[in-house]
Design a binder for this molecule. Structure first.
Ligand code: PMP
Ligand code: GLN
Length: 385
């Protein structure tokens, strides 16, 4: 194994999901829903497969999906995109992030990651031959919210800093960054000429009063931002791996240059069905959002009753909880024991950082599960009391 990849041999999701399966634990570790996406979307995909949409899709993605993404960005956010030059379909958001880093940073450049960060970012920075620099989010134990500490980001920028990976709504913290926070960050990015790779896969899974603000909508930011999303979370099809990147033609062309030699293209039929869903399934997504808001609230209340100090989740699939009130100190150890202790799996937040000491008191639970599964998990966690 190359030295670049030696630190990344296995993922925490694989470890905790295997542990959950071995022990019969309720898996609130890996974030994937246990109910299906919109029925009509699945039908569109299977019809397309039966009708012969089984050869290579066009390099930048099927045109129906590129047009649907452009219309979605215009209708939702007022972002105007040319579907031919400013939208690229990828194999999930994961490929879009990796291709963006490989295409846009030089070996030896520095990339800022906000800690905790989704695990693939660090590996993608390493594959690009760049160096990551972590900047912690500001945890406010009073309000339970994780905020953007722009002063800390500012002091982390150095002469080799080229890019920043942003993720809002945020995995694992469940934070949705405010317009004020993002405006301050945008000012810094303009000042220091940083490229922003903005992972917005949870853009539709936001609970009122929070609201999603794409950083590309802020002044002077479109031209320096690659905006990334995917079908997995919006339509509960995490296995489809249909994602997209959008932004100015110059940046999108660069990402495409990398992407074409990573996977060339992804499955056309699933792209075609995703185009249908982006246009027609808004009511379904609204229901998903409402359902998830209720699940978030019920799981948070259940965890609080068990004795965790629960942090605020404003979106995504996730809520974080402080294990110290229950007498535990280390999230990784706690998560390795939890299936045996209580028959539930979770993931430790510290593995998404380069500063485990600062984050070892937090674990992440996924609430994108059926109500009876969440109720069973809370009842089992009662054994910790
Ligand atoms: N970014 C974040 C923040 C995620 O949580 C996930 C999903 N697990 C991804 C990217 C990956 O998305 P995809 O499955 O579309 O590659
Ligand atoms: N994105 C999901 C999570 O954060 C799972 C990703 C994965 O298994 N790689 O739980």
């Amino acid at each position: 194994l190359s030295s670049r990849l030696r630190p990344f041999t296995s993922t925490i999701f694989a470890e905790m999901t295997a542990l959950a399966q071995r022990t019969g634990a309720v898996n609130l570790g890996q974030g994937f829903p246990d109910t299906d996406g919109p029925e009509r979307m699945v039908e569109v995909a299977s019809t397309a497969l039966r009708n012969g949409m089984n050869q290579y899709a066009p390099g930048p993605g099927v045109p129906e999906l590129r047009r649907a993404v452009a219309d979605h960005q215009r209708e939702r956010y007022g972002i105007d995109l040319d579907p031919d030059t400013q939208v690229l379909v990828t194999v999930g958001a994961t490929e879009a992030v990796a291709a963006s880093l490989i295409a846009l940073v030089e070996p030896g450049d520095e990339v800022l990651l906000l800690e905790p960060y989704y695990d693939s970012y660090a590996a993608a920075v390493a594959m690009a031959g760049a160096t990551r620099r972590g900047v912690p989010l500001a945890e406010d134990p009073e309000t339970g919210r994780f905020g953007l500490d722009v002063a800390a980001v500012r002091s982390a920028v150095g002469p080799r800093t080229r890019a920043l990976v942003l993720n809002t709504p945020h995995n694992p913290c469940g934070a949705v960054f405010t317009r004020e926070e993002l405006t301050a960050l945008a000012e810094l990015c303009r000042e220091r000429d940083l490229v922003v790779i903005s992972d917005e896969v949870y853009e539709h899974l936001v609970f009122a009063p929070a609201g999603h603000v794409p950083i590309a909508t802020l002044p002077g930011m479109f031209e320096r931002t690659v905006t990334i999303s995917s079908a997995g979370k919006t339509f509960s099809v995490t296995g489809w791996k249909v994602g997209w990147a959008s932004g100015p033609a110059e940046l999108v062309a660069a990402v495409r240059a990398a992407k074409q030699f990573m996977t060339f293209v992804g499955p056309g039929a699933l792209q075609f069905a995703t185009a249908h869903a982006l246009r027609e399934e808004r009511p379904w997504v609204e229901r998903l959002r409402t359902d998830l808001a209720g699940k978030q609230q019920r799981l948070a209340e259940g965890l609080a009753e068990v004795g965790f100090a629960v942090r605020r989740s404003e979106g995504t699939y996730f809520v974080c909880a402080d294990i110290r009130p229950l007498g535990f100190a280390d999230g990784l150890e706690f998560c390795r024991q939890l299936p045996e202790l209580a028959g539930v799996a979770a993931v430790p937040v510290q593995v998404f950082t380069d500063d485990p000491d600062r984050w070892r008191h937090l674990v992440r639970f996924a609430f994108c599960k059926r109500d009876e599964v969440l109720a069973e998990a809370v009842s089992r966690l009662g054994r910790l009391r």
